[in-house]
Design a protein around this ligand. Structure first.
Ligand SMILES: C[S@@+](CC[C@H](N)C(=O)[O-])C[C@H]1O[C@@H](n2cnc3c(N)ncnc32)[C@H](O)[C@@H]1O
Length: 277
């Protein structure tokens, strides 16, 4: 039986033609995290803050040290991107009890697109949160400390396929039975690929970049400039559409969502969306 996101993607492909992998991942990720049940011991995967409170406590103490190094600005935004169940931030704030001046100076801002996870975060953190945001653009223009765990690799990737000397955009189509399949799209400049990847990747290689992660990594401080520090914990691991492994040409293929680009082999072929609502 089809899931709603599969139906939406089939309708878009019927109207627009094969979609870039990036667009498919954006739809699938939004639907996946919209359920709000992915993270934790009872979910699909577990993350460091859900395993041990020490993780968030250490990150919290790091923010206090950096705040002091920045000259103790007041007010200061403590921002978390993709806060999941709010566990990391709760542990961080608890660890800041011995630094009351910082606790009084900071405002907590969460960047989260899933309404269901916003509710979980609200239940975990309550009044501690000043505001939620869809992106970095709406953060207050002031000094900030930004933390993110397992966030960059939740963002959609753009994929290219090397065909001879050219790079082609990798797209997702549906076959006659309505099954999703990867296809090689039109030739493109692919000038956002790392030059080393462009030079070394062999014929048939699939290379990918994560434009959304690159945009966020490019931001070194608060929206209007001024002091700020970022701490992102990013573990590279096998990924697939919608955060799951996918099969390409019958074999499981793995890709890393490194913003600077990476490559692997994987011919056109079926791709799956199992479990995505
Ligand atoms: C892999 S989870 C990590 C959760 C949490 N940091 C942890 O360590 O438990 C990814 C988080 O990023 C959020 N997310 C995914 N895509 C997003 C986007 N484009 N903008 C903001 N948040 C997003 C998800 O809803 C989820 O909260």
């Amino acid at each position: 039986m089809s899931t709603p996101v599969e139906d939406r993607l089939r309708a878009r492909i019927a109207a627009e033609g094969p979609l870039p992998v990036e667009d498919v991942m954006a739809e699938a990720n939004a639907a996946y995290y919209a359920r709000g049940t992915a993270i934790g011991a009872a979910g699909d995967f577990i993350t460091a803050p859900e395993i041990s409170q020490v993780f968030g406590e250490v990150v919290g103490l790091w923010t206090a040290v950096v705040w002091q190094l920045l000259g103790m600005p007041k007010p200061v935004s403590l921002v978390e991107c993709g806060p999941g169940r709010g566990t990391l931030m709760a542990d961080a704030l608890r660890a800041l009890a011995p630094v009351p001046a910082f606790r009084e100076a900071l405002e907590v801002h969460l960047v989260e697109t899933s309404p269901a996870l916003r509710e979980v975060q609200c239940a975990t953190l309550g009044d501690a949160v000043t505001a939620w945001h869809d992106g970095l653009e709406t953060l207050p223009d002031r000094p900030l400390l930004l933390i993110a765990n397992e966030f960059l690799d939740a963002l959609p990737v753009r994929q290219y396929v090397r065909v001879g000397a050219a790079w082609h955009l990798r797209r997702v189509d549906v076959d006659a039975d309505g099954a999703f399949r990867f296809v090689t799209g039109e030739p493109v400049a692919a000038d956002d690929l790392d030059p080393r990847v462009r030079a070394r990747a062999p014929d048939g290689a699939i290379a990918e970049v994560c434009p959304a992660a690159r945009d966020r990594r490019g931001r070194r401080g608060p929206p209007g400039g001024g002091p700020g520090r970022c701490r992102r914990v990013h573990r590279l691991r096998p990924r697939g559409l919608g955060g799951r492994r996918h099969t390409a040409g019958g074999a499981t293929s793995c890709a890393t969502s490194c913003p600077s680009g990476s490559w692997h082999r994987g011919p056109d072929g079926p791709c799956g969306f199992s479990g995505i609502g």
